[in-house]
Design a protein around this ligand. Structure first.
Ligand code: HOZ
Length: 434
């Protein structure tokens, strides 16, 4: 595949933007590849600067659940943009998006809009610390909550992709209050909560981990966290930046029937524009300034164009059968990949739920960051490259999820499985699978 223009632009970008990208994973470093410069996106496909077309399973890392450039979302964006792109003052669209979120997400009665998932998680933790008067937080290995200082401990996503243990520039004193424990290990949380009784402000968790690849919560894990938080007066924070409106209208909390004290959202709620949000009960959220005194602000928060894109997206998700139809597509793709690998005698583990999933070159089970890291990374790299050559665009890291959108057709999914079959055959014939 000719990607000479992408190569040229990447060189140009690298001279003036760190690593040539504005977010590390997309540099494709860990898969030994050149990032593709995208010039347009439509439905389930992306077009690069050299005119190649790809079936897209990155979905802008989650937001594009309807597919790219959905006509109703684009119309809403254009209409809003015609009225001015930013006011720095309240607008009606903020109420519309807030109402849609509150209506759908069980744990949210009041919500504050921000501009990214990172802003949502850091603000939620500040709020939890203020409410409880405690400093410590518990997170989980391989979970990623954005790049705020407190979360850069054993983090997933780009931190895992680049093999960075923490990050230079984060003072030890900033992370001394962060304890990272193994995902799905309730015993370790129980014992930490007993030892630290009265000191833990929040347990923050991706209820379905999506930043170490997809790792599902085992039975009782989320309920166990809920009970521990209630017992110790700690706030349970669900980072649903990926899972919110992805696995169900009410997110993972609806699916698993566990209600957190605070929920962080992002990605889908912006319909492809930069939006994050955090919310919870009225009692908790009333502590946020200016109603309360926990400070958090943003010039572009509640931006009219972004609110319009988000509201248009959520309206479409509320249509009957949206989720069952999308889930069927998720099942087709993820079970198809597993079956195709097995046919070639390759042992993979495919973790998936609804329309998000990951394939690990690991016989399984893959239940935490330790098992994720045991996967065959060179097989993944070659698989990634074969797939991209065949026009299938996957996240360039084993520590990310694949997303199916409503725009993918059953034929697209079959084509993807076929390409994977060929890739598996090539892995076997190259001796890659040992
Ligand atoms: N860290 C995000 C994925 N889990 C965003 C990556 C990107 O946009 O490059």
């Amino acid at each position: 595949m000719n990607i000479s223009t992408s190569r040229k632009w990447f060189d140009q970008a690298a001279a003036i933007i760190p690593g040539g990208v504005n977010s590390p994973v997309r540099a494709c470093k860990s898969v030994d590849s050149t990032p593709l410069f995208i010039t347009s996106a439509q439905g389930a496909t992306l077009k690069d600067a050299d005119g190649n077309t790809y079936l897209d399973y990155v979905a802008s890392w989650g937001p594009m659940i309807l597919g790219h450039a959905h006509p109703e979302v684009i119309a809403a964006v254009k209409k809003a943009a015609d009225m001015g792109t930013s006011y720095g003052a309240p607008c009606r669209a903020e109420i519309e998006l807030a109402e849609l979120i509150i209506d759908c997400v069980p744990g949210i009665e009041m919500v504050r809009m921000v501009n990214s998932g990172t802003e949502a998680t850091m603000s939620a933790v500040r709020l939890a610390r203020a409410i409880t008067g405690r400093d410590k937080i518990i997170k989980f290995d391989g979970c990623y909550h954005g790049h705020a200082d407190a979360f850069l401990v054993a983090a997933g996503s780009g931190v895992a992709t680049l093999g960075i243990p923490g990050s230079p520039g984060v003072p030890d004193s900033f992370v001394q209050h962060t304890l990272s424990l193994p995902f799905n290990n309730l015993e370790s949380v129980t014992s930490a909560m007993d030892t630290l009784h009265g000191q833990v402000a929040a347990i923050i968790v991706e209820p379905i981990a999506g930043n170490m690849g997809v790792v599902l919560p085992q039975d009782g894990f989320l309920t166990g966290l809920r009970n521990l938080c209630t017992k110790h007066g700690t706030l349970l924070v669900f980072d649903e930046v990926i899972t919110g409106f992805r696995v169900a209208l009410g997110g993972a909390q609806q699916l698993y029937g566990v209600t957190p004290d605070l929920t962080c959202l992002g990605k889908i709620i912006g319909g492809g524009l930069p939006v994050g949000a955090y919310g919870g009960s009225k009692t908790i959220m009333s502590a946020v300034a200016p109603e309360g005194n926990v400070y958090q602000a943003g010039t572009l928060s509640g931006n009219p164009v972004a609110m319009a894109a988000g509201a248009a997206t959520l309206q479409l998700l509320k249509k009957t059968n949206f989720y069952p139809e999308l889930e069927q597509k998720g099942r087709q793709l993820f079970t198809g990949l597993r079956v195709a690998a097995e046919k070639e005698g390759i042992k993979v583990t495919v973790n998936f739920i609804a329309s998000m999933g990951s394939m690990f070159f690991h016989p399984g089970p893959v239940t935490d960051f330790a098992s994720v890291k045991e996967s065959n990374s060179s097989a993944f790299i070659n698989f990634y490259k074969y797939m991209r050559e065949s026009g299938i665009y996957l996240a360039p890291s084993a520590f990310e999820a694949a997303f199916v959108s409503a725009a993918h057709t059953p034929a697209d999914l079959d084509k993807t499985i076929e390409a994977a079959s060929t890739a598996f055959k090539r892995l076997v014939s190259s001796g890659e699978m040992g």
